[in-house]
Design a protein around this ligand. Structure first.
Ligand code: SF4
Length: 766
């Protein structure tokens, strides 16, 4: 087995920061959330910025929280503040007081900065001016915007083919910037538009569109409040979508029940203390989960099939009392094949796969048996598996059997991560665009977009690794740290002639670069955006398909920052020059012009400029909400999904990468994970106490982790062992620290989503 070569600084440094362990929390939010939020505000923001932002975040006519894609209430929003602790951390991160420009970069070499942790890099401050790294240089130096645009244009025009360039998008990019970006990239001549959803909910998109005819969730926030049963599978909302806890609390108050399916007993799913409710603070809050199913990592299909078998058994006893046979007959196809396959499984074998006792699964079936208003919510715990698409399709099988689609209180709920990741896809940020979208672009903008599909993220990395792509352009994000197989990805980026990052803050992707590199500092979501025609607002789309406006309130931390649309227009003009059919200067003079283009091109955006000014925005059409299915058959599809092989070598473990409570994707807000009782350390591995004993390990022991896959050995050194309530032979580590162990070729079938939730590793004591 060949060991992966190591690039210094590609991985976070293997240095410990004095681990402290405390008791795991049994509830989320409460007073500690308020204290923690205030700490972040005090540490990083000015008082005036804090005051200005707190009363505008997620308010109608205010700005959208860049923290995640959880929707805001359609009706009244909390005057005290429509945000959560992690929303405040996201704002404190973006609205940092300090800025870094030429003086900072003159002082700190690439080599030095590579030794800093991701937390240290992110807290250096907001990027203040465009910087360039010349070939063989050790330090970034200032460059003017026009020179920077020309540098990109020259490199793009020097390529043998537009397909030799990669244009990545991170899900914070607004609709207007995303639409303009894809317009430029397609007029330039490629569909190489990979985005962060390739690595997260792509399995949801594929699983839902092939069964229900739309790649988005069907429920609204209101549906969650009136559901009879909500299953939360492979998701940790307490950290990743904290305001979801308010919706779960409302569901409970309305008599609903919650089933949690997760290898880890996440505090946020167990109990919630609403920090804005004095009565809840006094009474100790609301228990959320009614039934907790701590299954083995990856055994979701076995669990769902076991529940379906128990429900079918009851259905046969009293036909029509459990399955919605009328819905099945009139709205679906494939039920018989689904049933034959389901009946082929032995119930005990399925239950054994889950590692759960029969009684718990029986209890879940009983909770669902006579309910119709059923919602299933999920996140990466279902999508980042080899069988990620099948996981989603099995979820759909359960909802179809119950007829729980397109009714109030019922449906699918993939909870998106980045605040506009769904919007970016709606705007055309996709390497595999539909023909009707390209035809419409051609009609509206009078150029011929390319038809050859581009690279999703993992193929884009391979293309750079093999020098089939030589220019990498990233609209936001931290590509190196967010992607799998860190050392392979590092080589891929270093093989480029030019790497360009449009960013707000310093991150590791700026330090592992092509022969030449550019950092283009942009305005953040909280910043005021002035263009030729005055102050501009942008729009985003949340997880429930609501498109609403967002307008910054803070003076930008530097007068050299540009908006994302302005940067796209600058690069487009420098690259396409007089060959373009689009008036880029006009487009960014007033974003209404961009929205006019969106209105003419994308269904659901009729009268966009009027409707986007309506407080709270508008819902995009969603066929499933009307029990319509945009599938070839016009019906919802039951599917047959094989039980995956979860076997591993004796002594090995199944590792899943997770976020700490002080983290949003690769942005490290702080060094603590207070809900799990882990403080001041990120190089930890959560292990079952019996497995520790079996491996001769004790708390705080230092171990090295190894993955063997595809003839390659990947190693992640120096992790401290932490005993945790996790099923046997399952372990958890944080990303990006453990992303080096996720093989580039280990992806979900059909969606190519990296399998970050199911990686076989060995653990060796130092
Ligand atoms: S739930 Fe998400 S969008 Fe809402 S305030 Fe928290 S981080 Fe921001």
């Amino acid at each position: 087995m060949k060991i992966r070569d190591i690039t210094s600084g590609a991985q976070p440094p293997e240095k410990f920061s004095n681990l402290k362990l405390g008791k795991e929390k049994t509830y989320a939010a409460g007073i500690p959330a308020v204290i923690n939020s205030l700490k972040h505000v005090a540490n990083y923001m000015s008082a005036s910025a804090a005051t200005k932002t707190m009363f505008k975040i997620n308010q109608k006519g205010g700005f959208d929280c860049p923290g995640c894609a959880w929707p805001d209430p359609d009706d009244e929003r909390s005057p005290l503040g429509e945000y959560c602790e992690n929303g405040i951390k996201a704002i404190a991160e973006e609205a940092q007081r300090t800025t870094i420009g030429k003086t900072f970069f003159a002082k700190h070499s690439i080599a030095e900065m590579r030794q800093w942790s991701d937390f240290e890099l992110g807290k250096k401050g907001r990027l203040a001016q465009p910087m360039v790294l010349n070939e063989d240089a050790s330090h970034y130096v200032p460059i003017s915007w026009n020179e920077a645009f020309q540098l990109v244009g020259d490199h793009l025009n020097a390529l043998a083919s537009p397909d030799d360039a990669i244009f990545y998008t991170s899900g914070r990019t607004s609709n207007e910037a995303a639409f303009l970006y894809q317009l430029f990239v397609r007029e330039y001549g490629t569909n190489n538009l990979p985005d962060c959803s390739n690595m997260c909910h792509e399995s949801s998109g594929v699983g839902l569109s092939t069964t229900l005819g739309i790649g988005k969730g069907s429920v609204t926030l209101e549906d969650l409040h009136e559901a009879e049963v909500i299953m939360v599978i492979g998701q940790n909302p307490g950290t990743n979508h904290p305001r979801m806890l308010s919706a779960l609390e409302k569901c409970k108050q309305n008599g609903g029940q919650i089933i949690t399916v997760n290898p880890l007993p996440e505090a946020g799913l167990m109990h919630f203390i609403h920090p804005q409710s004095p009565s809840k603070l006094i009474s100790g809050g609301t228990p959320l989960t009614d039934l907790f199913l701590p299954l083995k990592i990856g055994s979701d299909i076995a669990l769902l099939k076991a529940i379906l078998k128990l429900l079918w058994k009851e259905e046969r006893k009293s036909p029509g009392s459990v399955f919605d046979m009328d819905f099945i007959r009139t709205k679906t196809i494939g039920f018989n094949d689904f049933l034959v396959e389901l009946e082929s499984y032995d119930l005990n074998q399925l239950i054994e796969e889950t590692g759960l006792p029969f009684e718990l699964i029986q209890e879940a079936a009983v909770m669902i048996q006579h309910k119709k208003k059923i919602i299933i919510c999920w996140a990466m715990g279902l999508t980042q598996h080899k069988f990620g698409v099948q996981n989603i399709r099995e979820v759909v099988n359960l909802l179809l059997a119950k007829g729980s689609i397109g009714k109030p209180g019922a449906g699918t709920c993939p909870v998106r991560g980045h605040s506009n990741v769904q919007g970016d896809r709606t705007m055309g940020i996709w390497e595999a665009p539909k023909e009707e979208f390209l035809t419409k672009l051609e009609e509206v903008f009078d150029f011929v977009p390319p038809r050859k599909h581009g690279y999703p993220v993992v193929d884009a990395i391979k293309a750079m690794y093999h020098r089939n792509a030589k220019v990498f352009f990233a609209m936001g994000g931290n590509f190196l740290s967010a992607t799998p197989d860190t050392e392979y990805t590092a080589k891929a980026l270093q093989n480029c002639d030019l790497t360009v990052h449009v960013s707000t803050k310093l991150n590791r992707s700026h330090l592992i670069h092509g022969k030449k590199a550019l950092i283009l500092p942009c305005l953040g979501r909280t910043d005021v955006d002035i263009q030729e025609n005055g102050a501009q607002f942008v729009s985003v789309e949340n997880s429930m398909g609501v498109v609403h406006s967002s307008q910054g309130v803070l003076n930008p931390p530097s007068d050299q920052l540009k908006s994302e649309p302005y940067i796209v227009a600058g690069v487009a003009k420098a690259t396409l020059a007089h060959n373009s059919k689009i008036d880029w200067t006009k487009m960014v003079s007033n974003y209404d012009f961009i929205r006019e283009g969106i209105e003419k091109t994308i269904p659901g955006f009729e009268d966009f400029n009027t409707r986007i000014r309506k407080k709270g925005g508008f819902y995009l059409p969603n066929c499933n909400r009307e029990q319509k299915f945009d599938t070839p058959s016009g019906k919802a599809h039951f599917t047959v999904n094989q039980l995956p092989d979860l076997s591993i070598k004796p002594g090995n473990f199944v590792m899943m990468t997770i976020r700490s409570h002080d983290q949003y994707n690769t942005t490290i807000y702080g060094m603590d994970d207070r809900y799990r009782g882990i403080y001041n350390e990120r190089r930890v591995i959560l292990m079952n106490a019996e497995d520790m004993q079996g491996s001769g390990l004790k708390v705080n022991d230092v171990v090295h982790l190894t993955n063997q896959f595809g003839g390659q050995t990947r190693r992640a050194n120096s992790f401290k062992v932490v005993p945790f309530d996790i099923p046997r032979s399952c372990v958890a580590t944080y990303f990006p620290e453990a992303n080096v162990l996720v093989p580039i070729d280990s992806v979900a079938k059909k969606s190519k989503t990296p399998t970050s939730k199911w990686i076989e590793i060995s653990v060796e004591k130092e």
